[in-house]
Design a protein around this ligand. Sequence first.
Ligand SMILES: [Zn+2]
Length: 475
Amino acid sequence: MTTLDLESSAKVFEPRSLRPGQGNGTMQRGSFVPLSKNYITRGSPGAVSYHPHSYSHPLPLSAAPTSPVMNSALLSLIHQIQLHDSNHRVTTTSRDKIKVPSGFLPSPEHYRPAISKDIIPTPLWTTLPHCILREGEPLTDCLLRAGMKETILSIPGFPYPYTNPSPQRYKIKPIRGKGIGMVATVDIDVGDLILVERPLVLMAITTYAVPPESYLQQPARLQEILIERLQRQEYEEFFALHNCKGNTRPHIQGIFDTNSIGIGRLPGFDGQCGAVCKDISRVNHSCSPNAEWRFDVETFTVALRAIAPIKNSEQVFVSYTDSLRPRAERQKHLLERYKFECTCPSCASGSHKSDEARMTLRLINEGDKCEDHDDPMLRDWVHDRTKPDDMILVKCHKTIDLLESEKYYRGARCVLWYQRLAKAYCALEDEDNARKWVQKAAKLARANTGHDAGWDAVVKNPKNTDWWGLRRVKP
Ligand SMILES: [Zn+2]
C-alpha cells in the first residue's frame, strides 16, 4: 500500500560497516563517494552511452507558478520539455551507442558536492539513466537540483546493469483489510534479494539551503510536471498507486506523499531524495519489518532485501516510521501520515514489555560509541585483560535477545551487535559459537548493505580473521 512520506523520508545511507579482521571499512554500493577509486576501478567511462544533446531545462525557482504570467512561462517551458523529451526518447530507444567525447567527465574542480546556502537551487526535470542501454531497462523521470545530473553521469560505467531473481520471488496482491501488498512466493532467507527496481519517479526533496516557503509550497506543480513527462505505461502505473490523503491535497501530491520512499542523499545534492516505485511502494508496514530497501546510485535502482526469514505466502513488510518509538507515538505518526492503525504483533499486544524493550534498544543505540570502523567497546575489551572474558558476550547476548524478542533487525546499529558478538567469539577462539554468529553477521550485513562486507570468507573459516585469538595472545 504505502511507504514513506516525502516530508518524513529521511533514511540516510548507513555508516560503513565493520570489516572482520582489521576493522577497516569497506565502501558500500550506493554510498556517495563521487569519483572515488572504487568507481574508477569499475567500468570504463568509454563504455557509457551518451546522448550528446543534453535536454536539461533548469527553471529558476523564482519562476515557480505564482502568477498568471509565470504560469504561462511555465506552460511554455513544459511544452519545450515535452517536445525535447519525445525527441530524446526517439533517439535513445534506437539504442545507438555513442562514445563519450573526451573531456566529458567533469574534472574535480567542476564537481559541486552541495548547493551553497546563497544560491537559490533550480529544479531540473530530466531522465536517468540518460538513455536506454539494455533491452527492457526502464528509465526514471527525475526532479533534480542543478549539478546533480552531471555528477551522477560522471560515475564511470553509469548505469551498471542489474538483474532480478528468477523466477520472481513475490507477487503483488490484495490483502484483506490492507489494500494491496507484497507476498513472498518462495521461502526467502535473511540477506536474500526480493527484487530490484528502477523507480518510476525520483525527486530531490529537502535541503537546509531551501526554506520551506520557497520550495515546499510549490511541490504540487513541480510534481505535476514530473508526472506529465511519464510514458503511458509508467503514467498508468503511477496513478494505480494508492492515495491515502483523499481530497486534502492535489491527487498527484497525495500519491507522492503516500508512496514515496526515502532514499537518502544522491551525488551532487546535500538534501534528502525520495522515489516512487511500481512494486516496492506497494509493500505494507510493520513495526517488526522483515525487509528493507536500499537505493544504489550506480544501477539507479532500489533493492529490497529480507532482514528476517520470510516464508512462502507470508507478507513482506517494511517500516514507515521510527519503530523504536513507543507504540502510542508510532500509532499517532502512522495515523496522521498514512491514515491507518498498525496491527503488527508489537502494536496489537498492547503490553508495556514491547515498549520497554524498544526504549532500551533506543538508549543502547544512542549510547553506543562505535563510529564507522572504530569500536571502542570491543577494542578496550580485547586489550584490557582486567576485564572478564565474558563481559562483551553478556552485553551482546542481552541486546540480541531484545532485538530478537521484538523481531527488529533494521539498520547498521542492529547488525553491529551480531558482528561484535562474532568477533568476540573469534577473539576467544570459540570456533562453534564463532561459526554460528559469523553466519548471522554475514547474512545481516548483506541484508543491510547488499554485500557481505568480507564476512563470507570468515563463515568458511572463522580462523580467517585478524580477530582470531586476540584475547588469547599475551599483550
Ligand atoms: Zn505496529
